[in-house]
Design a protein around this ligand. Sequence first.
Ligand code: SF4
Length: 108
Amino acid sequence: MGSKISEEELNKALSATAPKERVDPRKRWVEKMVKSAAKYHKICPYFDKKTGNCFIKQLKFLKSTRCDRDGNFEGCPVFISYLEEKYEWYKETGQPLPMDFRDLTMFA
Ligand code: SF4
């Protein structure tokens, strides 16, 4: 003996039990900072126009310090991971997270 359930009932039951999409606060903050940075900078603020090097890579003593993106920081993994590290630092030290990229560069 089987019981049948309508598609509508099934969708209702699934939506009631499906976990809501989690919003990663770090990801959300990083995206906000990238957007904010784009407001003030056409090319990456960590791009050395004279040498073509990346200041973040230099700071981390990476083997290659060259920026291979011509200063295009949107979607740059180096830029993103730098912001993620900053997020962790703010969280660990209990400092309020800046909401504007200019404030980040002031305190970083
Ligand atoms: S590698 Fe990324 S963070 Fe570094 S200068 Fe280039 S765009 Fe900026």
